[in-house]
Ligand binder design. Structure first.
Ligand SMILES: [Zn+2]
Length: 278
């Protein structure tokens, strides 16, 4: 179906890059899918769109059909996630979520469920607790909504029911294998029983249930490592933000350690790895 010449939609700004003198090219997630659009003159201080089309804002916009790309003709911010801009860790999680969506969702694809998931994620990352666990919930939901849901209940090889024991995750087949099959697969990684329970819990509950979980650090780490391997394998390339989150966490740990010494002079982490600022 051809697009109407002018349309109104809600959108989240996933990515922005400057273009020409005063324009900006924006990658947006809308309930109807991901689109790349041009915001003309948005970098002029006098532009009425300025401030409404900031990164991660939820905005109502008017799009007009352009020659190569749709043009934003009006924009009204509906929700600005202020807290993201005052907390580097929260901001980094938002960057990571936006980057994952950008990489997993091809142009013109997406759904209102995916849009709602991203809105919920941005709200959570701006004010919620336990960002790591919520990030796992986001990753699993994103995989499910884009057709890459990992198989967590039956062995991906023999299709037998998985028992309550250490099973193995095979990245190539995208799911758990029983020990008998798993041990035959080169590179399959053991997954503890508690990590499997958490994965199934996150995969089957709504987002309100996430806050009811409290995990030990070792489980957090095991699930995080596994999810990053799954995502990286699925995308077939290293995610910039994943590497950045790892680096940021070690820098924060160093800063914490140096605080305990007198006259600690640790530098704040440098944010030099935003998705596509180039
Ligand atoms: Zn099996």
């Amino acid at each position: 179906m051809p697009r109407p010449r002018v349309r109104r939609t809600e959108a989240i700004v996933l990515r922005e890059r400057d273009y020409a003198e005063a324009d900006r090219i924006l990658t947006l997630l809308t309930p109807g899918g991901k689109v790349t659009v041009m915001a003309k003159g948005v970098r002029r201080p006098t532009s009425r769109k300025t401030g409404h089309l900031g990164l991660f804002n939820r905005a109502e916009i008017m799009l007009a059909q352009g020659r190569n790309m749709d043009l934003v003709t009006q924009a009204q911010a509906l929700e600005v996630f202020e807290e993201l801009w005052h907390d580097l860790l929260r901001f980094t999680y938002a960057c990571y979520a936006a980057e994952l969506v950008d990489r997993f969702v091809p142009e013109d694809e997406g759904s209102s469920d995916l849009y709602d998931l991203l809105v919920s994620a941005l709200r959570w990352f701006s004010t919620g607790d336990d960002l790591r666990l919520w990030c796992r919930y986001f990753e699993l939901s994103l995989l499910r909504q884009t057709g890459y849901a990992p198989s967590l209940h039956r062995c991906v090889v023999c299709e037998g029911d998985l028992q309550a024991e250490t099973n193995y995750f095979d990245l190539a087949q995208g799911g758990l294998a029983c020990p008998r099959c798993g041990m035959q697969i080169p590179g399959a990684r053991p997954v503890s029983l508690s990590a499997q329970k958490v994965l199934r819990y996150l995969d089957s509950r709504d987002m309100a249930s996430v806050g009811m979980l409290s995990l030990r650090e070792s489980s957090q780490r095991e699930i995080e490592t596994l999810m990053h391997a799954v995502l990286q394998y699925t995308l077939e390339r290293e995610l910039k933000s994943t590497a950045f989150l790892r680096r940021l966490r070690s820098e924060l740990a160093m800063r914490e350690a140096s605080r305990q010494k007198p006259e600690g002079s640790a530098k704040p982490p440098v944010f030099d790895d935003q998705p596509d600022s180039a």
